[in-house]
Design a protein around this ligand. Structure first.
Ligand SMILES: *[C@@H]1O[C@H](CO)[C@@H](O)[C@H](O)[C@H]1NC(C)=O
Ligand SMILES: *[C@@H]1O[C@H](CO)[C@@H](O)[C@H](O)[C@H]1NC(C)=O
Ligand SMILES: *[C@@H]1O[C@H](CO)[C@@H](O)[C@H](O)[C@H]1NC(C)=O
Ligand SMILES: *[C@@H]1O[C@H](CO)[C@@H](O)[C@H](O)[C@H]1NC(C)=O
Ligand SMILES: *[C@@H]1O[C@H](CO)[C@@H](O)[C@H](O)[C@H]1NC(C)=O
Length: 379
């Protein structure tokens, strides 16, 4: 299958038209969930809630969409807790920009949220971790994962974040990917919420993959859930930038399915040394799971939620969703893009296949060994 449309411009377009908008009462349109499945991808201690399960996904009184960990159920030992995972039905090609505007993101001991993208054939097709972190972490970490060796982060890239690991291969560094750390404590957790949240923007272009974090006070006025286009040139120096000079984007990244997930414990958040680096030491033989996930956890998970203004996808490579007439009408549309794809065609089959794939294989493969006997469940 060709992952690239033949008529895409070679250079990055600075301005991209809106093709999908998730907000308000129709937030869930265009998303699918790994229904009925438990999180077998990060070995997280959650069941994925069904689409529209109003105890963990609903519109709040402020008109924002909530995606949260179940914080009302008493979960007996050997059961998992319900949490949301949403994947876009469509997969988006090079020439796309993913935007999340939130006023609150999940945080707390054992909590592992991520706003990320993945190829439908994972681990082929790569992964872009736009916003991700665990436990009491105070800053965001951005990462790419490539199926094969040959994709690297560049130490000479223009970016405000700190390059931590440069080898993007899923089998390098225990599956960590090539990572860039934001130093802004408003980029994650309590600090994010205290500053009124902000926006994450990821530009998936042929010349680079770039990620920006803008805290609320720094969000450009031109950005909003209703904005018909996004011009990434107004965003300034990216927080993380992975230029094609050291990672051939078209070679390592297929069309990407946007994914938003909250899991608990598992192969990163639940690793004892990781957990204890920002949360209290585990007592006796207790694990992340027995300490946090089970029983009444209303206090533990009172901050384990996204409160979202919108998630928008802008793209020069796919048509606006046919179900979204506003986005269709707002499309500036070149004739090349208009003929390039039938709405939903690639994404629907891609997303279905993705549900069968170990979507966080990088972590699972690389770090699961460190967990050993901590995998509590045999389902
Ligand atoms: C919805 O979430 C609740 C927990 O809040 C859970 O008990 C229930 O089984 C879930 N139902 C589905 C269909 O996901
Ligand atoms: C990057 O990781 C891959 C996979 O583990 C490995 O084969 C390759 O040698 C690494 N590259 C460098 C420069 O170490
Ligand atoms: C559960 O979480 C919601 C936000 O997701 C919060 O408003 C509520 O207060 C929490 N409940 C308890 C009992 O802490
Ligand atoms: C379509 O997009 C518009 C513009 O962002 C949005 O307001 C509307 O809710 C969307 N409608 C559907 C059905 O997704
Ligand atoms: C994860 O669960 C899904 C859905 O039940 C299944 O299709 C898939 O094979 C599982 N993957 C792994 C790695 O166990």
């Amino acid at each position: 299958m060709l992952s690239l449309l033949p008529l895409l411009p070679l250079a990055a377009a600075a301005t991209y038209p809106l093709v999908d908008s998730h907000k308000g009462a129709t937030f869930l349109d265009g998303f699918t969930v790994p229904a009925g499945a438990y999180d077998n991808t990060t070995s997280g201690d959650v069941f994925w809630a069904a689409k529209g399960n109003s105890s963990v996904m609903y519109l709040n009184d402020a008109g924002r969409f909530i995606l949260k960990v179940d914080n009302t159920s008493f979960v007996p030992w050997n059961e998992k807790r319900y949490a949301p995972s949403l994947l876009t039905e469509r997969a988006y090609p090079i020439g796309s920009v993913f935007v999340m505007d939130a006023v609150h993101m999940p945080y707390g001991c054992s909590v592992w949220p991520a706003f990320w993208t993945q190829g439908a054939q994972w681990p082929e097709g790569g992964e872009i971790d736009i916003m991700e972190g665990v436990n009491g972490q105070t800053t965001n970490q951005i990462a790419l994962h490539s199926h094969n060796d040959g994709c690297y982060a560049s130490s000479s890239a223009q970016m405000t974040g700190q390059l931590r690991l440069d080898n993007c291969s899923v089998t390098s560094n225990g599956g960590s990917g090539c990572t860039v750390g934001d130093s802004d404590t408003r980029s994650y957790g309590e600090g994010f919420a205290a500053a009124g949240g902000g926006v994450y923007v990821a530009e998936f272009a042929a010349d680079a993959i770039r990620v920006w974090f803008k805290s609320r006070a720094d969000v450009p006025a031109a950005m909003s859930g209703d904005a018909a286009t996004i011009d990434t040139s107004i965003l300034g120096t990216p927080t993380a930038s992975y230029p094609a000079s050291t990672c051939d984007i078209a070679k390592f990244f297929a069309d990407q399915i946007l994914t938003i997930t909250i899991t608990l414990c598992g192969s990163w958040a639940g690793t004892q040394s990781v957990l204890e680096s920002t949360c209290p030491a585990l007592i006796g033989t207790n694990t992340c799971y027995t300490t946090y996930v089970i029983n009444d956890a209303s206090e533990t998970y009172k901050n384990a939620y996204f409160e979202l203004n919108y998630i928008n996808i802008y793209s020069t490579g796919v048509e606006p969703s046919s179900s979204n007439s506003t986005a269709s009408a707002s499309r500036s549309g070149s004739s090349t893009a208009r003929t390039s794809a039938s709405p939903g065609a690639t994404g629907t089959s891609g997303a279905r296949r993705a549900l069968d794939m170990p979507i966080r294989f990088g972590w699972a493969a690389g770090v699961a060994a460190a967990l050993g006997g901590a995998l509590t469940f045999v389902l």
